[in-house]
Design a protein around this ligand. Structure first.
Ligand code: NAD
Length: 260
């Protein structure tokens, strides 16, 4: 079945992995609901370039820490497109600090953006998918959904949580032609990673080059960063007919990290 004419809402798609998925989807004729923060002109120019693929792209700047804004975003997207066929829960932030120094408000924000927002988007979008008789929910997890690293309590906790959420939703909607899966990337060179290189260097008292060599790519046996295009390819596979029976699982794209 062609994906042309379907609609995808991708949270956190103004940057990095989410934007990469939006581009990969638009190339296949999928309409896009962009979400996330950033410079208004830059977002508008990305939105226009998505439409060069002959799709409709809209931007809704809902804050993923605010359940009311999430509910309104789903409603507005459905008003525009009728149904959200594909929901990608991707928005995320990172903060690196030892637990005693971890700011409680950062913990709350990270759990809200990474974990609770997926609960809110999914609970609102499911009725439309059920009515349409087809749906794909893709949760952006991480190798940190399967294995821990020190100084990332909130991130590792939220990412482990999203895997439990993925499995539970998959079972609840298994007979509705709706799948729910997680993608678990290793390190992808995006603004989120760029920022944590500096933070990790500070916390561990080492240089940024040492962070890349000895920490980030140390775990990645291929010694290569994952690319956003590779993740978009996996997301498209999960939307394909081939993946009809792939549900409640995690697809690792981590250069062998979690195999060791
Ligand atoms: P990024 O910083 O490039 O993009 C994050 C996106 O989330 C941006 O669009 C940002 O505006 C949005 N966002 C942040 N807070 C938000 C909020 N409150 N409401 C709405 N949007 C918000 O980061 P990225 O690397 O592309 O990360 C995307 C996802 O991929 C995250 O869930 C991250 O945990 C996951 N991930 C990233 C890597 C990596 O190495 N980069 C690895 C594994 C998983």
């Amino acid at each position: 079945m062609s994906l042309k004419g379907k609609t995808a809402l991708i949270t956190g798609s103004t940057s990095g992995i989410g934007l990469g998925i939006a581009k990969g989807f638009a190339e296949q004729g999928i309409n896009i609901v962009m979400n996330g923060f950033g410079d208004a002109n830059a977002i508008e120019s990305e939105r226009i370039s998505l439409e060069k693929h002959g799709v409709k792209a809209i931007y809704i700047g809902a804050d993923m820490t605010k359940p009311d804004e999430i509910g309104a975003m789903i409603k507005d997207a459905e008003k525009e497109f009728g149904v959200i066929d594909i929901l990608v829960n991707n928005a995320g932030i990172q903060h690196v600090a030892p637990i005693e120094e971890f700011p409680p408000e950062k913990w709350d924000d990270m759990i809200a953006i990474i974990l609770s927002s997926a609960f809110h988007t999914t609970r609102h979008a499911l009725a439309g998918m059920k009515k349409a008789g087809w749906g794909r929910i893709i949760n952006m997890c991480s190798a940190h959904g399967l294995a821990a690293s020190p100084y990332k309590t909130a991130y590792v906790s939220a990412k482990h949580g999203i895997l439990g959420f993925t499995k539970t939703v998959a079972l609840e909607v298994a007979q509705e032609n709706i799948t729910c899966n997680a993608i678990c990337p290793g390190y992808v060179f995006t603004p989120l990673v760029e920022k944590q290189i500096a933070d990790t260097a500070r916390v561990r008292g080492i240089t940024e080059d040492e962070v890349v060599r000895d920490i980030l790519l140390a775990a990645q046996w291929t010694k290569k960063f994952v690319t956003v295009e590779q993740i978009a390819g996996i997301a498209l596979f999960l939307c394909s007919d081939t993946a009809e029976n792939v549900t409640g699982t995690d697809l690792k794209i981590d250069g062998g990290w979690t195999a060791a």
